[in-house]
Design a binder for this molecule. Structure first.
Ligand code: NDP
Length: 479
């Protein structure tokens, strides 16, 4: 594959330095392509292009911009299989997941926000002698920074509402997974989106991400990534009062009550724990089980985990692929070693499991650990890999206390046949989102985001439109 290039002002351009990053395939360790190691001068050029394009783009109507989003959706949909294949290769995730989740959602993000823009109406508040109407103006130039686990899914989730509301943007995807961001730029080029509306700079966090957030001509920052990076982003953006949305890490609980439907719960909790090799911010990496059902659930859960097929990501039968990088694999394995020191017992996994022919890749067997204190580091810190800890509880209050006993507050799930209990427990959990008897069941209209160290702000549906715009009230006195 050819070296990648930045996309600035409607052109694929060389970066200013002569330095490159190597993009490696997680499943094999083989070299895919070289990625520009861009620096602050590339960021300056991209921000200048975005700034120059903003007035004309911001002056279009919502429905004109919605038409552009639909053109991008159509062009992406025509490349559906290419999106899935690139995403699977770049991330190590199974091709079926890349098709059903990444390729599918990337298209529907553009279509969904096109529809929302067309329906968007000014809010009106009548007074006895005046009328207030609220308009949503563009914020200006947005910095969109995304992680490696759901590359195009998350990038499109930001680009669509950001440009839909009249902003122009500079994207900085993860250096580890640049392929579908590059594809999106090719699609944008193909549909002839006005130059400078969407720009993309490849590079690492320190060299490209940090200068982008700090750039004085950037008005808004939408960041999805780890909590430690989020702290740096917030510290850099706050003094300039930039509009800021942070979608950060999670340590989510799946709470299983004895009255659940055991079969569907086991399947649902396995999916919540291990989808994308556990590398989803919403993954239920702590399973809390009511003590009267603990033994039965644990045994069936472990059996189901052991049935998952690990292997070639391009094989349709594969359930679990590779982890993103050698260093991430080492971090996840480090947590397994820590769990042993913290008194945990491995019920399954904990080892490397390299499929034949994939010796250079980053492979790990799905791992289930019991016997850890709910206060232990492995039960409270984000591992972000195929590692689930399992803990008994004896009352609703105890389940809620364990679920809330972490610095994170992103998501969770509750499994019970008593829906009143499901709602009661859900509402007591300090997170931004909870599912009852399901997980990752997404309606794009609902708010998405976390509390505590899982982030600040909400995106999704009208919350995205609100974040990517400035609400302005105009009060007109009647005669
Ligand atoms: P990182 O925080 O390491 O990186 C996220 C992005 O930020 C990357 O593009 C990275 O660049 C960039 N970056 C790194 N340093 C800086 C900086 N100083 N200034 C600006 N940008 C910077 O996260 P990961 O990519 O490792 O992603 C995994 C994390 O993302 C997990 O914690 C996960 O929970 C979280 N996440 C949260 C989601 C949510 O919606 N809440 C959804 C998905 C993931 P580069 O990688 O090129 O160095």
């Amino acid at each position: 594959m050819d070296d990648l290039r930045n996309y600035i002002g409607g052109q694929f351009v060389a970066h200013s330095s002569s330095q490159w990053l190597d993009n490696l395939e997680p499943a094999t360790g083989s070299h895919i392509c070289r990625v520009p190691l861009s620096d602050a001068s590339d960021i300056d050029a991209a921000v200048a292009a975005a700034r120059a394009a903003q007035p004309a783009w911001g002056a279009l109507s919502h429905s004109e911009r919605a038409d552009w989003l639909d053109r991008i959706a159509d062009a992406l949909e025509a490349r559906y299989e290419e999106v899935a294949t690139l995403e699977s290769r770049d991330t190590g995730k199974p091709i079926t997941l890349a098709r059903g989740v990444d390729a599918h959602r990337s298209v529907s993000n553009f279509r969904f926000f096109a529809g929302m823009l067309r329906e968007h109406e000014h809010e009106i508040f009548e007074m006895a002698n005046a009328t207030n109407y609220v308009i949503n103006k563009p914020v200006g130039v947005g910095a969109l920074i995304t992680p490696w686990n759901l590359p195009l899914y998350l990038l499109s989730w930001k680009v669509a509402p950001a440009i839909g509301m009249g902003n122009t943007v500079v994207c900085k995807p993860s250096e580890l997974t640049p392929l579908t961001a590059d594809l999106l730029m090719r699609v944008i080029d193909e549909v002839s989106l006005p130059a400078g509306v969407v720009n993309l700079v490849h590079g690492d966090g320190a060299g490209a991400g940090a200068p982008l957030v700090a750039d004085s001509d950037v008005d808004l920052v939408s960041f999805t990534g780890g909590t430690a990076t989020g702290e740096k982003v917030a510290a850099s953006a706050a003094p300039a009062f930039k509009k800021l949305s942070l979608e950060l890490g999670g340590k989510n609980s799946s709470i299983v009550f004895a009255d659940c439907d055991m079969e569907s719960t086991v399947a649902g909790v396995v999916r919540a724990g291990f989808l994308n090799q556990g590398q989803v911010c919403l993954c239920g990496s702590r399973v809390l089980v009511e003590d009267s059902a603990y033994d039965e659930f644990r045994d069936r859960f472990v059996e189901a985990v052991e049935e998952m097929r690990i292997g070639d990501p391009s094989d349709e039968a594969t359930d679990l692929g590779a982890l993103i990088s050698e260093s991430h694999l080492a971090k996840v394995q480090g947590y397994v070693e820590l769990a042993k020191r913290e008194g945990g017992a491995l019920l399954t996994g904990g080892t490397s499991c390299v499929p034949s022919g994939f010796e250079g890749g980053n492979w790990m067997a799905p791992t289930v650990i019991e016997g850890l204190s709910p206060d232990s580091r492995c039960a409270t810190e984000e591992i972000f890999g195929p590692v689930v800890t399992i803990h008994p509880f004896s009352s609703e209050d105890e389940a809620v206390a364990i679920a809330n006993n972490t610095r994170y507050g992103l998501a969770g799930s509750v499994w019970t046949s008593d829906l009143d209990k499901g709602r009661r427990v859900s509402e007591a959990i300090d997170t931004g989102m909870v599912w009852v008897n399901t997980w990752l069941h997404r309606d794009l209209r609902v708010p998405f985001g976390g509390v505590k160290d899982s982030g600040v702000g909400r995106e999704g549906g009208k919350w995205s439109l609100g974040f990517f715009s400035e609400a302005m009230n105009v009060c007109v006195k009647h005669d």
